[in-house]
Ligand binder design. Sequence first.
Ligand code: FAD
Ligand code: NAD
Length: 401
Amino acid sequence: MKKPKILILGAGYGGMMTATRLSKELSYNEAEITLVNKHNYHYQTTWLHEPAAGTLHHDRTRILIDDVLDTNKIKFIKDTVAKINKDDKTVTLANNGELSYDYLVIGLGSEPETFGIPGVKEHAFAIRSVNSVRQIREHIEYMFANYNNEEVKSEDYLTFIVAGAGFTGIEFVGELTERVPELCEEFDIDRSKVRIINVEASPTALPGFDSELVEYAVDLLESRGVEFKTNTPIKECTPDGVILADGTEIKSKTVIWTTGVRGNSLIEESGFEAMRGRVKVDPDLRAPGHDNVFIIGDCALIINEEINRPYPPTAQIAIQQAYTCTHNLKALITGSELKAFKPEIKGTVASLGGDEAVGVVGKKKLYGTSASAMKKVIDNRYLYLLGGIPLVLKKGKLKLF
Ligand code: FAD
Ligand code: NAD
């Protein structure tokens, strides 16, 4: 009998974990499995704020795919997905023609949400991949170098605007407060010349998060020199900075855009019905009307029935979905029962740079070094799930305190 073909798109948290689980759950004879990813490495999106600020080398966040994947069981193709032809059950790649599938898993992640705000795509940076964060780190250093080489010193070089004080914005700002003193020393610049401005549309930073933890985070970051501008939507991004809703301009040569994400644009381009690029998947994670297509991670939309609002897209959910997706693919192939996906939210921890963080785990609130240690435990746990103890030892955050 012909082996069914499973095609996985994207080697992020969802795709990579589905691939490694399938290689354990299905035998070579049961399916032909292929994974396609833009790069020959998997990167940890959840760490990217660190190399973006320059507090961690980007190589720590990436893992060569064939170091953790059993490539005897799973074929890996390094290529960019150009189109998903769901009616023909094929996927067009940028360089390697077309691949056909019996079952498709889409785990292509997200893109920055610009809300159509003019100038964002052209003038702002986004924390989204190894390549994008390398560029941010280099740009920040270049700004420090430029400042000293201009005849008329422009403080715009030393003003760093972070748009959005959600989790990504706050985590990046935290890292930047750790990096700036090092850069000041390296480039002989007084710390008081550098401004880090975090602009947020909502009345508070980290909207919706526990108010005591938000207060702790904001107080700490302010004590390290961050200026928060809340209740302040940005309405335009220009080559010279940002323009706020009330028309005020803040001049800066560096705008980092962290106002949320939307699903990969291939989702809408391929004709799936979507909300901000995310498909409201059936309980078993299949796309409505497409019994052979699973969508997981940031491309999938799952409603939290308790509050009737979508769950925020997180790695935590993407990893859990990979387990359900693996179970359901195996069930389709072996003729057993599919199961519904139920997110089990264990908590949320946001790092604030150095040994500081805030978080809720279970019902417990964590602050400071204990929250920071918990964040490292979460990071190491993922590495353990993916590649066992060898991967934890190679890439993990072993110094907890
Ligand atoms: P990703 O992990 O983003 O992977 C998508 C993959 O698809 C990538 O490998 C990419 O290269 C590949 N790809 C994309 N397009 C193509 C294409 N056209 N062709 C081929 N390959 C392609 N969540 C948490 O739970 N906890 C956290 O602490 C946390 N911290 C975060 C910190 C930051 C700075 C950011 C930005 C996000 C954070 N998140 C966190 C959110 C989390 O990173 C995402 O929800 C998660 O990465 C989604 O996983 P995914 O598998 O859907 O996509
Ligand atoms: P987010 O939605 O969490 O935050 C975006 C912020 O930008 C919001 O506070 C919003 O009010 C603000 N905003 C929107 N438009 C604006 C404008 N025009 N001007 C100024 N502010 C504006 O998105 P994110 O921080 O990009 O995170 C993306 C996803 O990744 C989320 O689901 C988040 O939960 C997850 N994440 C989790 C962690 C963690 O668990 N530690 C860390 C980073 C990201």
